[in-house]
Design a protein around this ligand. Sequence first.
Ligand code: MTE
Ligand code: MO
Length: 409
Amino acid sequence: MKKSFNRRKFIKNAGLGSMAALLGAEIVYALPEGYLPLALQQNQDPGILFGKHEEMRVLNDLPWNIEAQAHLLDDSVTPANKMFIRNNGLIPEDINPDTWTLTIRGESAAQEKTYSLETLKSQFPTYSYQLVLECGGNGRSEFFPPAKGNQWTIGAVSCAKWTGIRLGDLLRDVGVNDDAVYIGYYGADTHLSRDPGKNPISRGIPLNKAMEDQTLLAFAMNGEDIPIAHGHPLRLIASGFPASASGKWIHTLSIRNKIHDGEKMAPPSYSVPCEPVEPGAEVPNEAMCIIENMPVKSLITYPKSGALLRHRQSLSIRGHAWAGAKKVQTVDYSIDFGATWKSCRLQDPVNPFAWQRFDAEISFPEKGYYEVWAKATDSDGISQPMLTPGWNPKGYLNNACHRIAIKIS
Ligand SMILES: Nc1nc2c(c(=O)[nH]1)N[C@H]1C(S)=C(S)[C@@H](COP(=O)(O)O)O[C@H]1N2
Ligand SMILES: [Mo]
């Protein structure tokens, strides 16, 4: 964890716009020349940044990458202050929704067309869905040999309520040629090199994914403007896919007649070996496949790991389970390190691609140290592995069972 970055220097070089993003609030009055707001002066817990909860963990500050912890994700709808941030570049400054436009182009677009935000909001029906966003690298820290990149533990996942228009409605309005296969996105963030000719990331989704009802161009999150760090004023939401497909600060979409060729679209980015490999193997790009749907996974969000209980006290656990484009069919728990399993109660998702609440009432036979493990199984009967699954060079798709420690005295 790189906690000791030069805050003062960073803030001094930052514009007012990014100071507001860091504080999670506008600075109402003009700052005296050279004055650094108090909240950014002290070596405070990074939690104050972006208005995040104080227990959020900063993994990197250039670019900003911040993750949640399991117990912070207990809400059914993830609030903004507990939502992980994953950036590949620098957050755009001076965003003006009044002049923001979205342009659709590409070799498979019937025409090039530009919309203002206002037109998007008024011309197309809007929809709200609770949608899981999980970084493809969530869980990376568990792989051995280690994979480079942000060492996400379990906190790069969220399920907020997103409101926007259907990407499919917009694409039909523009006109999609018969040879179209992919939609690529372009966002307004800046490459770490500050080279305006380079994109930090420009990924995309297959046309069939773009046409799904829950694939949105969102302008609101949890009933408010999307926070700057999460893509204000317009972001793509392609839940079920690695969240890298859900482009933030979108100003252009390209209708492509081939797999989009933007930054971090091609292997090895967001790709895994098409066939399993042994840990540490070198895998040529030709043998890698781009990740589409994320695998089944679950998190115990209550209690927090390390809970202390009295003997004969029963324990209520709860959490969420999700399975990419599929439904979660069952969630089981074990208190004997996976030797035996019992079923949890499991709720239906409020809509496709939302996570599902599970809970269970557990009693323990005697005093001692226990772990509660949770294991979800998807509608195809595929379960989470108990241990870290298939090693891959970039450390994606770790969906191993989550576990919490419990002591009974
Ligand atoms: N424009 C843009 N969109 C982006 C990214 C980015 O760096 N730039 N990061 C992607 C990745 S890798 C993830 S995991 C999600 C994170 O979304 P969040 O920060 O809102 O949680 O945004 C995706 N969209
Ligand atoms: Mo990601």
